[in-house]
Design a protein around this ligand. Structure first.
Ligand code: NA7
Length: 558
């Protein structure tokens, strides 16, 4: 546990603060629970366990009817994590990590969901989770330094702290295409997939989108469907997963020293893959043969590590082009029809959107029952009861799959009507883009914490690593405040402004601003274009640790 710096808050001032709080009635305020946690995905589960560990109470409010978050909602065919399963799992409990057996290199959605259920059962978490309930609003009471959280079931819960554990990709984005509701067939969003199996046998399916969800699901849908028409706005980079059953000997080796294996991962930019560090050399600094051999080796190994073939792919346009050219040559090798291969080849910066990890995606276009429609130049015109119209041509469909992504990073937070000090609305405050300090807190919204919020590395990392780091930081500050009788913590305006500038400045050193990604909010019409995550996990973690060690520098504690 990190103690508050004695230098910043001496004994006398602590006492004075406690007395002042008592006088204002803070200590006497009736609360229903110490902490309300919104969301029962991995962040919510670990946060609840951690709060309990402090001897405090917490209540989790979850919209679904079970735990799992992202893995509860995204049940589309082929859904899998793009981070290897040995890493995409909690590392804070030795027994948990040693006893759980993953079966494949990349875990499927059902396997990850059952892991989440196992964590909930093992730590007896369900008894503090209220399912099938949404938080609709949350208002800060300045007289008592408490939050009043409202739910769609009409309940009002008064608490000291609110922790948003709502995930970064949880607010589905379904484009507002004319006639969408008139479609007479079945329609699905990959992020809100039905719980029961969906049978596509013999059906005409239109898939809208070519992001990760489409890339994972199209090969599986195409294997059964009568015909699949893919509507592509922007082609994407997808590296083969080369998924396979885990080798028991390899697993035993990792588990023999799981902690230091994970620690190595935490020292890498994306907080995973630390066992295969990227070479500290520019793609331009090696011979053509060496470069080709490196790309080949990374392609054969598979997965997101391709983006770490050299140290400057996201920093230098020319180096990036070398990697992108290699990628395009692979698409040309796989796809039989050269014209189609060309259409499927991205011309954008490799890695500017999160690289996808696929199984047979490009090869699926060699099937006679799969066709591609370019909707970049001529966007989807409308949806009719019987199909989707592009450029005056109707593509008839029995089913439409919207693989159209999410209102990322801010979508789920924006759905809650937050009111902070002086009646300030969070939506209003964020109208030109999210403002946070460290991605953890917001000025004028005391005692509100965001797990993997905008301004933190979050989606650029192994999410589980980022979740653990945030939960532990929040746990420690709540512990210190409780010990010392502090009632509020709030980001300072200046530190928030400087942090937002820092996040932008770091992104400005990279090529991340060069395409229309959901990192920038560019996929949602009208969303301000701001690069939301921070590049670089190790420096960020060090910053958070330093801030805590310096008595929570940049925060106001009262
Ligand atoms: P993504 O990656 O946001 O992909 C959504 C796709 O849907 C993408 O190809 C979009 O094209 C496309 N899209 C969105 N709106 C439209 C409209 N109106 N017309 C045509 N096409 C559209 O979401 P995913 O669910 O696939 O993946 C999200 C993350 O989950 C992924 O990065 C992994 O980390 C896991 P665009 O590229 O915007 O031109």
């Amino acid at each position: 546990m990190t103690a508050l710096g004695v230098s910043s808050i001496g004994r006398d001032s602590q006492l004075a603060s406690i007395v002042a709080n008592c006088e204002r009635g803070v200590m006497n305020a009736q609360i229903d629970t110490d902490v309300v946690i919104v969301g029962a995905g991995f962040a919510g589960l670990y946060m609840l366990h951690s709060i309990r560990g402090l001897g405090l109470n917490a209540r989790v409010i979850e919209a679904g009817d079970d735990v799992g978050g992202t893995w509860y909602w995204n049940r589309y065919p082929g859904a899998r994590c793009d981070v290897p399963s040995m890493e995409y799992s909690f590392g804070w409990d030795d027994d948990l990590q040693n006893e759980w057996e993953w079966t494949e290199r990349y875990a499927t959605q059902p396997e990850i969901l059952s892991y989440a259920g196992h964590v909930a059962d093992r730590f007896d978490l369900r008894r503090d989770i209220t399912f099938e309930t949404r938080v609709t609003a949350s208002a800060f009471d300045e007289n008592h330094d408490t939050w009043t959280v409202s739910t769609d079931r009409g309940e009002e819960i008064r608490c000291r702290f609110v922790v948003m554990a709502t995930g970064c990709l949880s607010s589905a984005n379904t484009p507002d295409i004319e006639g969408r509701d008139d479609f007479a067939g079945r329609s699905f969003h990959t992020g809100q997939w039905p719980h029961e199996d969906v049978d596509f046998t013999g059906r005409r399916v239109v898939v809208i989108g070519t992001g990760s969800s489409a890339i994972q699901s199209i090969p599986i849908i195409a294997a059964k469907a009568g015909h699949v028409t893919v509507m592509q706005r922007t082609p994407n980079y997808a590296i083969p997963a080369h998924n396979k059953p885990l080798d028991p000997a390899e697993v035993a080796e990792i588990k023999a020293d799981y902690r230091s294996w994970r620690a190595k991962a935490r020292d890498s930019t994306s907080a995973f893959g630390g066992y295969r560090p990227r070479p500290d050399v520019s793609a331009k600094a090696v011979s053509d043969d060496e470069r080709l051999a490196t790309f080949e080796e990374r392609w054969e190994y598979g997965g997101l590590g391709f983006g770490g073939s050299f140290n400057d792919l996201m920093l230098d346009q020319e180096s990036n082009t070398l990697a992108a050219d290699f990628f395009r040559s692979k698409v040309a090798e796989i796809v039989d029809d050269p014209e189609l291969a060309e259409k499927l080849s991205p011309q954008t910066i490799l890695g500017c959107k999160r690289i996808c990890v696929d199984t047979d995606y490009f090869a699926t276009y060699n099937r006679p029952n799969v066709s591609l429609v370019d909707v970049a130049e001529t966007p989807i015109e409308r949806i009719t009861p019987t199909g989707v119209v592009v450029d005056g041509v109707e593509f008839e469909a029995d089913d439409i799959v919207f693989a159209t992504g999410f209102d990322a990073m801010t979508g789920a937070i924006d759905k809650v009507d937050f009111t902070g000090r002086g009646g300030l609305s969070l939506r209003e405050k964020w109208s030109a883009g999210p403002l946070t300090y460290l991605g953890l807190g917001v000025e004028s919204f005391p005692n509100l914490f965001l797990i993997t919020g905008p301004g933190s590395p979050s989606v650029l990392t192994n999410m589980i690593a980022s979740i653990e780091q945030h939960v532990e930081w929040i746990r420690d500050v709540i512990a210190s405040m409780t010990e010392q009788g502090m009632s509020t913590i709030e980001a300072e305006g200046e530190s928030e402004a400087n942090w937002v500038e820092h996040v932008n400045a770091v992104a400005g050193l990279t090529l991340f601003n060069d395409c229309n990604s959901w990192y920038l909010g560019a996929n949602v019409p009208g969303k301000p274009r701001v690069f939301m995550p921070l590049v670089g996990f190790p420096d960020y973690k060090k910053k958070c640790d330093d801030v805590a060690a310096a008595g929570y520098e940049g925060w106001v504690l009262a």
